[in-house]
Design a protein around this ligand. Structure first.
Ligand code: PCP
Length: 397
């Protein structure tokens, strides 16, 4: 009897977390001896309105679905920026080997990619200010570590989640909750207790919005902890947010005037793209939760685009209407997203500087075996940040 309504790793990898119509399809295909028919299935995406690119993530988990199956899998490296309708992944092999895995595959890729894309947009808009993920409380804890990973590889600087950070091999980052201050009934006592108990490598960032005005509490914290105070966090309640920009400006002014220029200002609570743009030149960092944990959906789908004819030994294009038949390759000239989508088997075009365009769809699985070393989360994050530096700032939504 399970205590939580969540699927186990085995249930996901065995294909049990699927839509019933795939199980029925498999049964019918088997009966007609069609489950051995070799196909190429292509994964591609459409983007939310106003988005120019997405960040392809979830690959490491998605590949786990295919290990041990008699198939080949080609994909963009995890963290690659892509544009609408570009091929993200090609799965090649007998349809019966993977038909029921489509549900979990798309679920993993869509959720990861939607979260990472939003995280990347926020990071790109932040003018390189620190952005931490504070959104664990917005989602079921079963996927907490997945959200932490998706946001970190999407370019955020850190996550508050303890287990997520452990799996990423990084230190969890955070400040203090209102609960600490309320239990002490006195912010100064709470900040001093934090300073006394916490090891020296934990930055002293005082939450300064609990009982009094943000300017007052920030000055109180600076006075109480002096040079030890690393920063203040303003999580101003919605009911008090007349103009957050003015509040931050006032706190900065007051701290500077009183000689506390070293004290950084962090802002959290209800931060989305427009708030990032409004506050980015004033603050030192952001804590962002819900807007990333519940991002607009990057709609990822999979379609059979080629079948193999055993008699002629040739692949031939086929697809449902509305989708381009034939497997495709994605070539890119960098910097930026100067892309070419060409039929499978095409040669890499020549870029303006005379070099060959990068062939982005690479083989990850051959006959069910992983044939490429997977990058670490840190490496994926660096790859994302590099690409983000090559694209224009998105229009905040
Ligand atoms: C802040 C806020 C949200 C967190 C950050 C993310 O937490 O209240 O819960 O905000 P977002 O989802 O709106 O982006 P704290 O101030 O630490 O919360 P608490 O009031 O529990 O101390």
């Amino acid at each position: 009897m399970r205590k939580l309504y969540i699927a186990s790793e085995d249930e996901i990898l065995s294909g049990e977390v699927t839509d019933i119509y795939f199980i029925r399809t498999k049964e019918i295909l088997k009966k007609y001896d069609l489950d051995k028919v070799k196909v190429r299935a292509e994964v591609h995406a459409s983007l939310p309105k106003g988005y120019e690119w997405g960040v392809f993530t979830g690959l490491e988990e998605a590949l786990k679905l295919f290990e041990g199956k008699e198939i080949n899998v080609y994909a963009l490296p995890e963290g690659t920026l892509f544009k609408p309708d570009e091929p993200l992944m090609i799965i090649e092999g007998p349809i019966g080997e993977f038909v029921e895995l489509e549900t979990s595959l798309l679920g993993i890729l869509r959720h990861y990619t939607s979260v990472s894309t939003k995280a990347a947009r926020i990071k790109r808009l932040s003018w390189n200010k620190t952005v931490l993920f504070f959104g664990l409380r917005a989602a079921h804890p079963a996927i907490g570590p997945m959200l932490d990973r998706a946001t970190y590889i999407g370019g955020l600087d850190g996550v508050s989640g303890v287990l997520g950070a452990k799996l990423l091999g990084i230190k969890p980052m955070g400040t203090m909750p209102h609960t600490l201050i309320i239990v002490f009934e006195d912010p100064v006592k709470a900040w001093k207790a934090f300073d006394e108990v916490m090891p020296s490598d934990v930055p002293r960032i005082a939450l300064t919005d609990t009982f009094y005005d943000e300017r007052m509490e920030s000055l109180m914290a600076a006075k109480a902890l002096g040079s030890k105070l690393f920063g203040v966090r303003l999580d101003t309640p919605r009911s008090r947010r007349g103009n957050m920009k003015s509040i931050v400006q006032e706190v900065r002014w007051a701290l500077d005037l009183a000689g506390y220029k070293h004290v950084k200002i962090f802002v959290s609570g209800g931060i989305n793209e427009k708030e990032i743009v409004e506050l980015r030149d004033l603050v030192d960092g952001f804590g962002v939760g819900t807007s990333i944990a519940f991002p607009p959906s990057v709609d990822i789908s999979m379609d059979v685009v080629e079948k193999y004819d055993e008699k002629s030994g040739k692949w031939y294009p086929i697809s449902k209407r509305g989708k381009l038949p034939g497997a495709k390759k994605l070539f890119r000239c960098r910097p930026g997203l100067n892309d070419y989508v060409l039929p499978w088997g095409s040669e890499a075009p020549v870029c303006r500087d005379g070099s060959r365009a990068e062939d982005l769809l690479v083989k990850y699985i051959e006959d069910g075996r992983l044939v490429r070393k997977l990058p670490t989360a840190k490496e994926i994050r660096e790859y994302v940040l590099k690409q983000l530096s090559e694209v224009p700032e998105p229009k905040p939504i």
